[in-house]
Design a protein around this ligand. Sequence first.
Ligand code: ZN
Ligand code: ZN
Length: 221
Amino acid sequence: MTQEIRHHLTDAILMAYSAGSLNEAFSLMVASHVSLCDECRARLAAFDALGGALLDEPPSGVALAEDSYAATLARIAARPPEPSPEAAPAPRRTPGVLPGPLQDYVGGDLDQIRWRPVGMGVRQAILRTAPGATARLLFIPAGAAMPDHGHRGTEMTMVLQGAFSDEDDHFARGDVEIADEHLHHTPVADISEDCICLAVTDAPLRFNSLLPRLVQPFLRI
Ligand code: ZN
Ligand code: ZN
């Protein structure tokens, strides 16, 4: 089944992933999207090849500063072993709703997720990743809305099942919405199916109404 993905990762994010400079939660997002998206996987392969070529052949006539070479080597050495794009140049088409890299975190597919209620029928499961950014799975019942909110940092949300809309656009399986401090939105799940998303954030969200603000510290959103 080919599905059309309309909302992709940016070059900046793919380059940062290729250089190994993304945090664990964001790396998980990239690995998950790339496992579903031929287009981003091809762009990532190009960045990986470019990075390798730069290391193999410093441009002639241009003196590559010794410390920048060392810094690049250090970046590559520091690259997290998992998830590694080289290890899986071909897509890991795992059966089920969760992409392969996510199944590794959860220990299986949807039946392995330990959901916690967030209110209004919304459930979440926070994944164990290094501090500095948070990765969570979100379950939004068909037709339900998330509390409207803004963002302090970057939030990336990828649809795994169902679909959602906000003020800007419509997002279906594989689509990634990238939100920053300029976007304020109220995601609403499509009525046809419960919506399950992977969401990663590097800063707490900014809620408008009081109740979400009060529970926010407990839910780590
Ligand atoms: Zn893509
Ligand atoms: Zn948001």
